[in-house]
Design a protein around this ligand. Structure first.
Ligand SMILES: [Zn+2]
Length: 285
């Protein structure tokens, strides 16, 4: 640039503008970070207080972590919106859910998992939206981390939970400690995905095993639902509409409801056994 001003003056101007912009940014950021009174997992307008918690909902991201951003759509906002709708749909069916966040705030992954640990054995459902480099990819998928063998001593005191007033006990022959698998997360994920995709609104991309922090560390059944791809223009348009998000949320709630209906009357729902290991008997005392 050909200028009458000496280089030193230009530098001073650029530096001054830079500092003032930083100042504006800083003050905007601190205004955003006013701490809320809302504790994790507690619901200010919890209409079902006193009822047992039967679902933990985990809207992905929040606060300084926006998640996926495509066009003007922010994953953290859509995930929260859908999660709140899921909670309301569950409440209409008499099912109480707590949430890891209800506002636009930072929540550590460990904090999310901690709320799950407070409610072992109940579905932990993390809600996200996806993106991919190829715009043609679309549909819903669910991530889980299960199928691990469950040795007898672990099953016996599993999560310390009591289900339907009775504890879970496994008895069998010689191979008592082997051959049992906890597939409750896959079972829950399959129910949710079926409900989301049955009407043809979303493609079913399957329940997949992936080592993601929340599904690995929150007690089973724990799933991470990727509702759809914001990088797909058609799907982005759909998710920008409240009516579509409501429909998706109702379907997620329906899937959770179907799982609960089975799991709450049958404590062995979602557990499988390798039949090659001989005769085994499951008793519930
Ligand atoms: Zn996400």
């Amino acid at each position: 640039m050909d200028s009458a001003l000496p280089k030193g003056i230009w530098f001073a101007i650029v530096a001054a503008v830079g500092v003032s912009m930083l100042g504006i940014h800083y003050s905007m950021k601190s205004a955003d970070e006013v701490p809320t009174e809302e504790p994790v997992g507690e619901v200010a307008d919890d209409v079902m207080k006193g009822e047992p918690v039967r679902v933990v909902l985990d809207p992905g991201h929040g606060g300084g972590d926006g998640g996926t951003v495509v066009f003007s759509l922010l994953e953290k906002e859509l995930a929260l919106d859908i999660s709140m709708r899921v909670r309301r749909a569950l409440e209409r069916d008499g099912i109480r859910a707590v949430m890891t966040r209800q506002g636009d705030r930072d929540v550590e992954l460990a904090e999310r998992v901690e709320l799950g640990r407070k409610h072992p054995g109940v579905p932990f459902v993390s809600i996200h939206l996806n993106r991919y480099k190829s715009a043609s990819v679309r549909g819903a998928e669910v991530y889980v981390m299960d199928g691990k063998p469950v040795p007898l001593p672990v099953v016996k005191g599993y999560d310390g939970q009591k289900m339907g007033g009775s504890e879970l006990h496994w008895t069998s022959g010689n191979s008592a400690n082997q051959g049992f698998f906890d597939r409750r997360s896959t079972t829950l994920g399959t129910q949710i995905l079926a409900a989301m995709t049955d009407g043809g609104d979303l493609e079913n991309r399957g329940v997949r095993q992936r080592k993601l922090f929340v599904v690995e560390h929150a007690p089973p059944p724990s799933v991470l639902v990727e509702c759809g791809y914001l990088s797909n223009p058609g799907e982005a348009r759909k998710f920008s509409k409240a009516a579509f998000r409501e429909k998706v949320a109702q379907n997620i709630a329906k899937g959770i409801g179907s799982y609960l209906e089975e799991a709450e009357k049958n404590p062995t729902y979602g557990f499988t056994r390798d039949s090659t290991l001989g005769e085994a008997v499951l008793t519930i005392k």
